[in-house]
Unconditional design. Sequence first.
Length: 380
Amino acid sequence: MAKKKLNIGIIGGGFMGRTHSNAFRQAPEFFALDYQPVLKTVCTRSAEGAAKFAANWGFESSESDWRKVIERKDIDLIDIATPNDTHETIAVAAAQAGKMVMCEKPLGRNAAEAERMVAAVEAAKVPNMVWYNYRRVPAVTLAKKLIDEGRLGKIFHYRAKFLQDWTISADVPQGGTGTWRLDASVAGSGVTGDLLAHCIDTALWLNGGIETVTGATETFVKQRKHATTGQVADVKIDDASMFLSRFKNGSLGMFEATRYARGHKALYTLEINGEKASIFWDLHDLHRLQWFDHGDEGRLRGWRSIHITDGDHPYMSHWWVPGLQIGYEHTFVHQAADFIEGLSKGQAAAPTFRDALATEYVTDAVLKSAASKQWEVVKG
Ligand code: NAI
Ligand code: SOE
């Protein structure tokens, strides 16, 4: 029987436009899906760039005005892979047009934008999802299963950091491709929304809600040239951000993100310490889950390095033979496949827009606390 078609319009043809295009191409090859994703159109700011991207990735057409994509009757799903300042407008318009919506993280530049996005998709009752892809690293998904099985027991500590070093030079501009992340009007915030948001999403998923936070941020380079105006302007994003938190389950959290950790390009690590066991994971070694089980026989007790390559591990039976690895791009393939499976089952795949709003409440509270120098209560 012919599969139902899922006609996709991707808005944005940069870094994430590529990971998403690859994901929708790969997902039906490796997962048994009821829907066949069809790359109908891609939209970027430049018509020439969009046409080139479309030819490269096998899209049927290209556009340079996202509104035209939303108006098209032959598009079922709008996938937003553009900078943060565009997420709300595109998502709300897409939902109001009755399209399914997938959106890159952070959902909005702040919780107020994200709330309006949640309201729009929920009013329209359209399937929706946010690309917090690190949940779908098989080792991280295994961590979730082990926690849910109660193998860690009561959780005491959650520790996460996301370290980079690409903005140390004062010559890096604000605004422009990639460097839009340094322009607060586009990004919303700095590393809080860009990097800590990933750590928070995973933490909320693995360890439940956060009640209160106390944070500190710093902007090390105070002025930078703006790529579009050519003028030197104050930098309004946070270059580094860290916070302590109290989770609803009684555990304590410690989080850090920076773009000033010389030598680190994307060091995302998390560690969870429970009464019975501990877990450690590192994005640079993404197919290993470090596991310490206090229930092991004393003589043999120690940190185990679980190599996530076996068919028993989450997602791995869909890939190669045991012993062989997968990587970063597969997290997006898993997310696309889960979204499509969710459509078949009539069940929303997480994180939905509402799930991602919880992350925005935490990032807003962190920034509020950095300004007030007080503990702040997280909304929600
Ligand atoms: P990028 O700068 O590489 O690409 C942005 C693309 O959006 C470009 O093709 C540009 O032409 C297009 N664009 C911008 N404004 C547009 C408009 N008004 N209409 C149509 N197209 C427009 O950006 P990147 O790195 O792909 O980031 C996009 C989003 O993905 C951001 O929200 C970012 O936070 C998120 N992201 C998420 C990652 C993850 O780990 N899940 C990794 C990297 C980015
Ligand atoms: C920034 O360099 C960045 O690309 C973030 O925008 C992503 O969300 C993160 O996954 C990797 O780093």
